[in-house]
Design a protein around this ligand. Structure first.
Ligand code: ACO
Length: 311
């Protein structure tokens, strides 16, 4: 009966076991996972765009090769994650329709422009750094396919973070103009990165249930704090200032205190009104439409193979 199945599900969650695609699960658990995993997939795919803009303008062959590899990795992460969400019974077409129609969410951070080359470094250092902080706990997520996908994703994100930090270290040993570029990119992106972790726990509608089900392991605010604490010493080594006058070590808490995040600006961006939302979606929809002939050709080929097999 359903109540037996539900009890078995709850017992598995309580014992910190994994739920697999063929297992019974409550509809709300399935729905939460489809929401989170598809949003995550969309973030990886849309996340290719701000950096993709710099592939043709990378300052050297080495930087170009690194950037191409990294952007391809993000595409791969998106595909893994769509596959993980498909195991929950949602088709890729449905998920893409959600993205292309503007109904589905993706990470707010990708709706800001990349204005100079240092932005590419800062995306690696801070954006991918924040992503790793959020994704390491997802390797222990209760849904098997998602947790396993996150292991490789995190390894690749670690390379992304390091290449970004290294690119910035080199710029910070360069000319005054180069140093100013790095500081400018940090100033523009710092607060947006803090918002990547999602709203404060007190305003996060999905957190309590997500934690109860072992989908989320560490809360939005806790991860944000961990990220800040890890980043302050890195900024010092780099020689940049984090643009927050309230940022300081609190001996009693053994954490850094920090200033107010502009949540109104965050929600405005999440709701589609950030500086690049329209451009990002339009680029994504165009790429999908331009790829129609590939899907048509693949389908025609499969049909031909099936017809031949029937003869
Ligand atoms: N950008 C856009 N939307 C966000 C963001 C953000 N940074 N943070 C939260 N939201 C949305 C949530 O998706 C949710 O909207 P919904 O109800 O329409 O789905 C709403 O704000 C409320 O947030 P929460 O209740 O905190 O939602 P949740 O429990 O899902 O936590 C979080 C949000 C932390 C982003 C979680 O979904 C998560 O860990 N996702 C996987 C990681 C991920 O998506 N990373 C993508 C960026 S990293 C990268 O791609 C390089």
């Amino acid at each position: 009966t359903v109540s037996d199945q539900e009890a078995a599900f709850e017992a598995r969650i309580d014992a910190d076991g994994r739920i697999e695609p063929q297992d019974w699960m409550p509809e709300a658990y399935r729905k939460t996972l489809v929401r989170q995993i598809s949003q995550h997939a969309h973030s990886e795919i849309v996340g290719m765009l701000p950096e993709g803009n710099w592939i043709s303008r990378a300052p050297s062959l080495k930087r170009k090769a690194i950037l191409i590899a990294k952007v391809q990795d993000e595409g791969g992460h998106g595909l893994y994650l769509y596959s993980a969400a498909e195991t929950l019974g949602t088709s890729r077409d449905q998920m893409l329709e959600g993205l292309h129609s503007g109904k589905a969410k993706y990470s707010s951070i990708f709706n800001y422009p990349t204005l100079n080359w240092a932005d590419v470094g800062v995306i690696g250092w801070l954006v991918d750094g924040a992503a790793i902080m959020n994704q390491i706990p997802l390797c222990r997520c209760s849904y098997g396919p998602y947790s396993r996908a996150m292991i490789r994703v995190c390894k690749e994100e670690s390379f992304h973070q390091r290449q970004g930090y290294e690119a910035l270290l080199v710029m910070m040993q360069g000319t005054e103009a180069q140093k100013a570029m790095v500081q400018d990119a940090v100033n523009r992106l710092w607060w947006k990165c803090l918002a990547m972790f999602g709203p404060p726990d007190s305003d996060s509608p999905h957190s309590a249930q997500g934690m109860r089900w072992g989908i989320k392991r560490i809360s939005n605010d806790e991860l944000r704090q961990k990220f800040i604490d890890a980043t302050v010493p890195q900024a010092k080594v780099l020689g940049v200032t984090l643009p927050d006058p309230d940022l300081k070590w609190n001996e009693e808490r053994q954490h850094h205190d920090y200033g107010q995040i502009d949540w109104q600006e965050f929600w405005n961006t999440v709701e589609g009104n950030g500086p690049c939302n329209k451009e990002r979606l339009a680029t994504r929809v165009k790429a999908h439409n331009d790829g129609q002939w590939v899907r048509d050709a693949a389908l025609a080929y499969t049909r031909k193979q099936q017809q031949r097999a029937q003869k």
